[in-house]
Design a protein around this ligand. Structure first.
Ligand code: PEP
Ligand code: MG
Length: 689
């Protein structure tokens, strides 16, 4: 039975679409309402059925491809024949442009295919007696168990490309067990005597309120995981079987309100050419996983499912986030060209990713990766990283509402150590602001700070919460015997603080010794140099540290007093500011004088123009986002280090960022004419310049 759900019912426009569809198939379509049946290839016959909103129509299809035909027909009804909420029809073939967040690069051109991921509708119902309450609790537990089984099944069928992300599905299993979901829903059913679906919705909305206070984009996005898990339970409660990606049998671009990591696991890359979603940001798990599939993905389009109609021709530019709906022929030709250029560029850089980053005059430069989860390690190695230069360890602290225990941390750290060995992993201790921690641990007062970037974050938080700090240090030290770890303290502003952190570390080492637990006694201990006060006293700090890593993301924000996450001042965030370059140079000089290793792990390391400057300032080791590694390696292999240093003499005397940028651009053109020919700078991944 097909339900007419669009405001206008089956008027001429909708009937026209049914006739259009019928014209594509050899099979014959018949539509029946009440006792009247008509042929589906005549507009007038269909109109004669008089089907307003809310009526039901039975469809009968006879002949070849009947199932496929029926699927498309059902989608037409479900998509309201392209009608908007206000009861207007969208012009079918209007050329429209949209822009979202590009999360997986590449360019694709193809037909749109809607995947229905609308939220399950839950109606409130009051339970009248204890028996009903008990039955509802059982139903809820059963729906949760089913969800666990479904996720386990996805996990056991996980395709090779996304294997490294199996932990996302583990997170989903953990969310199902989380007391904020599980216990609180059961308590609500008991206390408020409401049906399970309603109680679960309320639990989720309470978590939404909790997450609302969180300004951090990454933590905020964990709400997507909660939504996806709860939607699965609601579907199980109501018996809804959502559209499955496995049924897609032709090449299409998926358009959905939201996709979950389980959907990504189901994707057949032979048929799915690209993905667009209304919601989601760069750090949603679905976005992170989709990159591994190497198909273009754009998220956060807000109204893609409203604007795009099934079958629309789409251009998806996963490098810029641009979407063009029903492009004209000239635009298609332009994008076919861009597509060729991009894949030529990609295959050129792919060829060098496993070669050493050695300049053509024989200087070995070290290129490592910045990662945020265990799951990224494989991608880092596959992209040619010679180690992990920055493991941001916050993730395990953000996914639960209490701090992770030592064993959880140890399991994670030891796996990374083993995977990367013999190459090194620089593991950074917890860098989190107290207001961003989702903890219900009563011993820690989580307070809202007016200025969290300048507040109780990172090493300051750790030195305040010694037990949290010591637990992490124990896990790091225990894992250190499984590979080649370097330990780094973030946000160090002065020597006293660094020595204090080292004292805590030494006390943890002593207690491990007392317990007879092995660890690497010679683990190098370094400082993430990211506060201007630390650059000023780099010569003093160098006498006490084994290595420095320069964190330009924060260094720029603190040096220029620009909030790195505030779009109103984004234009003032100037990585090429002469003050920033001088600070970097000061740290490199101080490190060299004391024989301390200096590397750089801020995002600018992934920018080809910035790399030229950094090489000229004496840096020879970089850690960057995974996607930039092949490009930077290719570039370094084409350079002569001596020539770069000769050409960049005097850069520290340039007065403004603009002057620096145009200077570097000119030099890059003369030093790397081939790279410009390949149009490579178009794909710069950082926001520099
Ligand atoms: C930095 O500040 O440059 C850095 C590498 O750390 P994060 O981006 O995690 O603050
Ligand atoms: Mg930082």
């Amino acid at each position: 039975m097909l339900k007419v759900i669009n405001e206008l019912g089956i008027h001429a426009h909708a009937a026209g679409q049914i006739v259009d569809l019928a014209g594509k198939y050899k099979a014959k379509l018949f539509l029946q309402k009440d006792s009247q049946e008509v042929g589906g290839s005549s507009i007038l016959s269909i109109l004669s059925l008089a089907c307003p909103k809310g009526s039901e129509v039975r469809a009968r299809i006879v002949g070849a491809d009947a199932k496929k035909f029926m699927g498309e027909l059902e989608r037409l009804f479900k998509n309201k024949f392209g009608e908007t909420e206000t009861g207007h029809y969208r012009p079918r073939k209007k050329r429209v442009k949209m822009r979202g967040f590009p999360v997986s690069p590449g360019i694709t051109i193809g037909k749109a295919h809607h995947l229905d991921r609308s939220r399950t509708t839950i109606v409130y119902s009051k339970l009248i007696n204890k028996k009903e309450v008990e039955r509802e609790i059982d139903r809820f537990k059963h729906a949760v168990d089913m969800a666990k089984e479904q996720i386990q099944k996805f996990k056991s069928n996980i395709p090779e490309q996304v294997k490294g992300y199996a932990f996302v599905l583990d997170t989903h299993l953990m969310i199902l067990d989380d007391s904020l979901i599980f216990d609180s829903t059961i308590q609500r059913i008991q206390r408020e005597k409401v049906n399970a679906g309603w109680a679960l919705k309320k639990s989720v909305s309470t978590i939404h309120q909790l997450f609302k206070k969180v300004e951090d984009e990454y933590i905020g996005r964990r709400m997507d995981d909660v939504d996806s898990v709860s939607e699965r339970v609601l579907n199980n409660l109501t018996g809804v079987d959502p559209d499955s990606l496995t049924e897609i049998q032709k090449e299409v671009i998926i358009v959905a309100h939201v996709l979950s990591p389980c959907d990504i696991v189901e994707i057949n890359v032979k048929h799915v050419m690209g993905i667009l979603t209304d919601v989601g940001g760069r750090t949603s798990h679905m976005a992170i996983m989709s990159e591994a599939l190497e198909i273009p993905v754009v998220v956060g389009l807000e109204s893609a499912t409203d604007i795009i109609v099934d079958g629309d021709l789409l251009i998806v530019d996963g490098n810029t986030g641009d979407i063009i709906i029903n492009p004209d022929p000239d635009t298609i030709i332009t994008y076919e060209d861009k597509k060729k250029q991009y894949y030529r560029y990609k295959s050129a850089i792919d060829r060098v990713r496993h070669l050493p980053a050695e300049t053509s005059d024989g200087h070995k430069i070290t290129i490592k990766a910045n990662i945020e989860f265990l799951g990224e390690t494989k991608a880092a190695i596959e992209n040619g990283a010679e180690g992990i230069g920055l493991y941001r360890t916050e993730y395990l602290y953000m996914i639960k509402n209490h701090f992770p225990d030592e064993q959880t941390l140890f399991d994670d750290y030891s796996q990374i150590a083993k995977m990367v060995a013999p190459n090194p992993v620089t593991i950074r201790t917890l860098d989190i602001a107290s207001d961003k921690i989702m903890t219900s641990d009563s011993e820690i007062g989580v307070s809202k700070e007016d200025n969290p970037a300048l507040g109780l974050r990172s090493i300051r938080f750790c030195l305040n919460e010694r037990n949290v700090f010591k637990t992490q240090l124990r896990a790091i030290l225990r894992a250190s015997v499984y590979g080649n770890f370097r330990l780094m303290f973030p946000m160090i502003s002065g020597l006293g603080q660094f020595l204090e952190a080292k004292r805590v570390l030494k006390s943890v080492m002593r207690s491990l010794e007392r317990e007879g637990i092995e660890y690497n006694r010679n683990i190098p201990i370094g400082i993430l140099i990211e506060i201007p006060s630390a650059t000023s006293i780099a010569d003093i700090l160098a006498k006490h540290a084994d290595f420095f890593s320069i964190g330009t993301n924060d260094l720029i924000q603190y040096a220029l007093a620009i909030d790195r996450d505030n779009e109103h001042v984004a234009h003032l965030y100037e990585p090429f500011h002469p003050a920033v370059l001088r600070m970097i140079h000061q740290v490199v000089t101080a490190g060299n004088n004391e024989g301390v290793d200096v590397s750089l792990c801020g995002e600018i390391a992934g920018d080809p123009l910035a790399i030229l400057i950094l090489l000229s300032l004496g840096l020879e080791e970089f850690s960057m986002n995974i996607g930039s590694i092949p490009l930077i390696k290719k570039m370094i292999r084409m350079l002569q280090l001596g020539e770069v240093r000769d050409n960049f003499k005097g850069i520290l005397n340039l007065p403004t960022s603009k002057k620096v940028e145009s200077f570097v651009l000119k030099k890059a053109q003369s030093l790397l004419p081939d790279m410009f020919k390949d149009d490579v700078f178009r794909y710069r991944t950082t926001g520099v310049g």
